[in-house]
Design a protein around this ligand. Structure first.
Ligand code: PMV
Length: 317
């Protein structure tokens, strides 16, 4: 029997992370240079008649029954079964391969969930629509991150750039001019739920200060959306850099992120900031498309452990 295979991209948050958890807008874009593929093949004669999960990039190879109840992969499988009103999964082998780094702000957890949910619903004969995939992936994100805004699962499910406000229908947006981002990995693994909890603590201790920061970020995102749509990259870049400064004030940057951001700006980036939960993970630099390779090499020379270049095609391209 042929394997069912489904893929999902990664993502970066262009602006608005953290404040988006507090109902402020954010912009996220899919990243196709890293992705997750989930393949499922029926194994009715497998030894022990057990479904096996193989996910090399998270060093996982075990029977489904050996995963703890709250393991995100097990939760995703159970949610798909529940939605389809099935009480058991036919014996199969589920293989998940991802080229996305984990705990790095590129959406590896949501990408895994989306690829798995799509492949499994198809394997079970009832391919979920995007809305269903997104809804199940959001439930799984809660296991990973506690109180996710939902932006990661949404941008990865639809694989389109979006302007997002929690609990509101998202708005897909296209840039007026191609946007090129260099994404550079600090190599520091960071936990989104830890960063989100620390922001919550800061908010509880000093509500006025954090509310002011969230509002300023919300205003920047609205202005970034206009620049993005109008193709005004100079203004978009400035907005991204200002967003980084507000994230620093929020306490979610770190020395290496700051070094890479400052260096990118010194090398001619139009704007630069951390992306995602922060405290490590990746930063992004907005650059002219013909300067992307040089910027990527420069960031590697400054200590980035990996770089990706992604282009968001302009409307009509
Ligand atoms: O998963 P990450 O590290 O890309 O971060 C997601 C963005 C946050 O705003 C920090 C959290 C959220 O749920 O929106």
């Amino acid at each position: 029997m042929p394997a069912i295979s489904c893929s999902a991209p990664g993502k970066v948050i262009l602006c608005g992370e953290h404040a988006v958890v507090y109902q402020k807008p954010a912009i996220a874009v899919p990243v196709f240079e890293g992705s997750t593929k989930c393949s499922i093949v029926a194994k009715p004669t497998a030894p022990h008649d057990e479904t096996i999960i193989i996910a090399p990039n998270i060093a996982l190879k075990c029977y489904l029954s050996c995963l703890v109840e709250k393991h995100p992969i097990r939760v995703a499988i159970n949610l798909v079964l529940k939605k389809l009103q099935l009480d058991h999964l036919p014996v199969c082998e589920i293989r998940i391969n991802s080229t996305l780094p984990t705990a790095a702000g590129l959406g590896s957890s949501a990408s895994t969930s989306v690829a798995l949910i799509r492949a499994l619903s198809t394997f079970l004969g009832s391919s979920f629509a995007d809305e269903e995939v997104n809804q199940v992936a959001f439930e799984v994100e809660k296991i990973h991150h506690g109180t996710p805004s939902g932006i990661d699962n949404t941008v990865i499910t639809y694989a389109k750039s979006l302007f997002y406000i929690k609990d509101q229908p998202c708005e897909f947006i296209l840039p007026g001019k191609q946007v090129t981002l260099v994404i550079a990995d600090t190599g520091i693994k960071s936990s989104t739920s830890k960063a989100v909890s620390e922001v919550l603590l800061g908010y509880q201790e000093n509500q006025d200060r954090f509310e002011a920061l969230f509002n300023q970020i919300g205003d920047l995102v609205v202005s970034a959306k206009k620049s993005f749509i109008n193709g005004d990259q100079i203004s978009l870049g400035k907005t991204l850099t200002e967003n980084h400064m507000l994230l620093q004030k929020m306490g979610v940057s770190c020395d290496k992120l700051d070094v890479l951001v400052d260096f990118a700006l010194s090398q001619g980036a139009l704007g630069a900031k951390l992306s995602g939960g922060g405290q490590g993970g990746n930063m992004i630099a907005l650059v002219k498309s013909d300067e992307a390779d040089i910027m990527a090499s420069a960031l590697l020379s400054k200590g980035a452990v990996n770089t990706l270049i992604t282009h968001i095609p302009a409307k009509g391209q």
